[in-house]
Design a binder for this molecule. Structure first.
Ligand SMILES: Nc1ncnc2c1ncn2[C@@H]1O[C@H](COP(=O)(O)OP(=O)(O)O)[C@@H](O)[C@H]1O
Ligand SMILES: [Mg+2]
Length: 374
């Protein structure tokens, strides 16, 4: 961080956080411990339990994604981290400190140490780009020179140096989110929260914002916790992922592991249509669960790790004693690692199927039988 143009805390007069009783590299950046959140119903209406018991931690320095459908509890969960919501039960620890125990000065210090970006950017339309980024520094009481020394390098970092006198209405969605990111970084947070930050952007702009977040994570060592309903976002930048469904975390792990071998039904359904080669509809519709005489078996092969580096397909083709058809295939990247998927078919006779199964067992190739067809 010492070489970063925006690490000017000592000079710019921002007080270091009084929060950290004993932060340590071993303490998770964020820990949810038995967290529930119940919203009381108004005027005698029934209430709603948005979070049903969350135990989860966010590793320091990582980009962690929490993915789930609309209404799953993602925004509620992330709002607990900067004290915008208070848990009904359990504890939310940021850098080892229980958010619920903080008052006034300490809570303000926490909010400075946790930046947040939003789906609809939440910029002030009456303020210029420069003044939007300056706002948290004005609130923190910095003088004009200190603010300028901080805002200019941030605008440079997000690629908006030439737009500092513009107003939000004059910017594209991607540019607005860059302003949001610069503003979130103004107080030099150690944690950046992102609530659907790319959900209002087109795919190309999404990629450029994700690239910016990845660079910030790498260059500033900033921990990122992002929530999204878009698998593509998690796949592109998150090293770790948790899947939330109806207020509960149903699956978590390294993104690559969860995406290549999802265990929970919700994860599978969120993933459908994303990774792996998709069968053409005309073929998928005619697939049968059991073979009839003369049928072929359709198998999806997945390549990653060691199996991606060997000529397994040519070995399979020569070893099988059946012709092999290639029906669909993709090569993809998940959390920066290559992942290939190929759907093939061959005769579903007992001897050929047994030979193929032996080959899969010997080589460690991951396979899935999709069904049978003529
Ligand atoms: N302040 C609130 N009062 C009552 N219910 C709420 C409140 N905030 C959120 N909820 C409910 O909690 C559930 C989870 O909401 P939210 O965390 O916003 O989900 P997500 O961000 O995953 O779409 C939803 O059913 C929502 O209606
Ligand atoms: Mg939400």
């Amino acid at each position: 961080m010492t070489n970063s143009p925006i690490s000017a805390r000592a000079a710019d007069g921002l007080q270091p956080l009084a929060l950290s009783s004993a932060p340590s590299d071993r303490v998770a950046m964020v820990a949810f411990e038995g967290v529930t959140k119940h919203f009381e119903g108004a005027n005698g209406q029934p209430g709603f339990t948005a979070l049903g018991g969350i135990d989860f931690s966010v590793a320091r320095g990582a980009i962690t994604g929490i993915i789930g459908r609309s209404g799953a509890g993602k925004s509620t969960l992330i709002r607990l981290v900067n004290g915008l919501e208070v848990p009904t039960a359990g504890h939310v620890l940021v850098d080892g400190v229980d958010v619920a125990t903080l008052e006034d000065t300490d809570l303000r210090a926490l909010r400075r140490s946790v930046g947040m970006i939003f789906q609809h950017f939440n910029l002030l339309s009456s303020r210029t780009v420069y003044d939007n980024v300056a706002l948290p520094l004005e609130i923190a009481g910095l003088d004009k020179a200190a603010i300028a020394a901080r805002v200019r390098p941030l605008l440079d970092l997000v690629g908006l140096s030439d737009k500092e006198r513009r107003y939000p209405a004059e910017l594209s969605g991607g540019q607005k989110q860059r302003v949001g990111i610069a503003r979130a970084l103004a107080t030099e947070p150690k944690l950046l929260l992102s609530d659907e930050a790319t959900s209002a952007l087109d795919p190309e702009t999404t990629q450029s914002i994700l690239e910016l977040l990845r660079n910030i994570n790498r260059d500033l060592g900033l921990t990122v916790l992002l929530i999204t309903h878009e698998m593509e976002v998690v796949k592109t930048i998150a090293s770790d992922v948790a899947v939330i469904d109806r207020g509960l975390i149903v699956e978590e792990g390294r993104t690559f592991d969860v995406f290549t071998a999802p265990r929970h039904e919700t994860t599978r359904s969120l993933l459908s249509g994303l990774s792996g080669a998709k069968l053409p509809d005309a073929i998928a519709r005619k697939l049968k669960p059991l073979p009839e005489p003369g049928d072929r078996v359709l198998v999806r092969l997945s390549f990653f790790g060691a199996t991606a580096e060997q000529p397994l397909i040519s070995k399979l083709m020569t070893g099988l004693g059946s012709d092999v058809n290639i029906i669909a295939g993709t090569i993809d990247e998940i959390a920066g690692e290559p992942y290939g998927s190929l759907v093939i078919s061959y005769a579903a006779t007992p001897d050929i199927v047994a030979r193929a199964d032996r080959f899969y067992a010997e080589t460690g190739l991951a396979t899935e039988v999709l069904g049978y067809g003529a």
